[in-house]
Design a protein around this ligand. Structure first.
Ligand code: P6P
Length: 335
């Protein structure tokens, strides 16, 4: 074969990674396989979202008389139905569910737990803005049987895998299982995720900052000073930076991962913990970010070192290139 570009599917990649870990149970590859099926089903609906006027808006009946669901509800149900019976999980948690999601009695309970945001940024879909799914996987703490809330409320450094899918100009799945960060692009013609970005590394410094500047008046002094610093001219440190804010976390993070720079969702005088959720937004993205050589903090400590007390708790998020987060941290810690 003349060209030596090998075609690596997600499943082949995970199997090859697992073979490097003697004792790997194979459960993990099965979890990602089941999850990737759910993602393809979600992709099929998301890619039709622009046709809502033809196919019916959420809450209405479509031509075949089925009730059209909101896409985030559809995504949540699709992931649940793909993951509830495989015997790999003992519990789940979702942005769409207030409390722990149990595995039905009739199905075997496994060694892992899955936490997910089924369709983050779905409010943007009417404007055809990229949206995403975010997931986080831990090994259970309890010995057997139904999973407990303690199996879910683990600090981020205990994650065994994390990933996201960005439904954009193309659909990409990016994941880490502790051996670097790898990106797969969906080839819709064959329904496979193919390895397109192996071992992604975040630039040590970028030239882009990403924050909702509409919240400026409520920010603390440190954040205000940092953003003003980025807007000053200093060619030696590539300033002024460009401001880019899509308003869809997965899309803003994906750009930061590939191009470098910093994404910020600070706490402010209205909400000291900001808007983003620790367990199924900040932790998985922080794991990916650190595996790619970046940093992720809440302003006081590493995101992955935050000990959670509740499923939907929020934390401030400062995430991106190592040197940019270091600069930001200096401003946040100034008296
Ligand atoms: P704001 C979407 O609702 C979301 O959770 C993230 O995807 C996004 O980054 C953020 O909220 C945008 O929030 O307050 O800037 O509109």
């Amino acid at each position: 074969m003349e060209n030596n570009t090998k075609i690596v599917t997600l499943e082949r990649h995970i199997n090859e990674m697992e073979r490097q870990h003697p004792g790997a149970s194979g459960h993990f590859s099965n979890i990602l396989r089941d999850l990737s099926l759910a993602i393809k089903i979600i992709w099929r609906e998301v890619s039709k979202a622009g046709l809502v006027n033809i196919l019916g808006a959420a809450g209405t009946q479509n031509v075949s008389g089925d009730l059209v669901k909101k896409l985030d509800v559809f995504a949540d149900e699709t992931i649940y139905k793909a993951m509830d019976h495989g015997g790999h999980l003992c519990a789940m948690a979702s942005e769409e569910h207030e409390s722990i999601i149990e595995i039905p009695d009739q199905y075997p309970k496994g060694k892992y737990v899955l936490l997910y945001d089924p369709l983050d940024g779905s409010g943007n879909i009417d404007a055809n803005v990229s949206i995403g799914t975010i997931f986080s996987i831990y090994r259970r703490i309890s010995q057997n049987g139904k999973g407990t809330i303690d199996d879910l409320l683990q600090p981020g450094y205990k994650q065994i895998a994390a990933g996201y899918v960005v439904f954009g100009s193309s659909t990409m799945l990016v994941y880490t299982s502790g051996d670097g960060v790898h990106g797969f692009t969906l080839d819709p013609s064959i329904g496979e995720f193919l390895l397109s970005h192996e071992n992604i590394k975040m630039p040590k410094r970028g030239k882009i900052y990403s924050v909702n500047e509409g919240n400026y008046k409520w920010w603390g002094t440190g954040v205000k000073k940092y953003i003003k610093y980025l807007q000053e001219e200093d060619k030696a440190s590539s300033r002024p930076y460009s401001g880019r804010y899509i308003g869809s976390l997965v899309a803003d993070f994906h750009r930061t991962l590939l191009y470098g720079g910093i994404y910020l969702y600070p706490g402010d005088s209205r909400n000291q913990n900001g808007k983003l959720r620790l367990m199924y937004e900040n932790n998985p993205l922080a794991y990916i970010c650190e595996q790619a050589g970046g940093r992720a903090i809440n302003g006081e400590k590493r995101i992955l070192d935050v000990f959670p007390t509740e499923l939907h708790q929020r934390t401030p998020l400062f995430i991106g290139s190592e040197e940019d987060v270091n600069d930001c941290e200096r401003f946040l810690k100034e008296p």
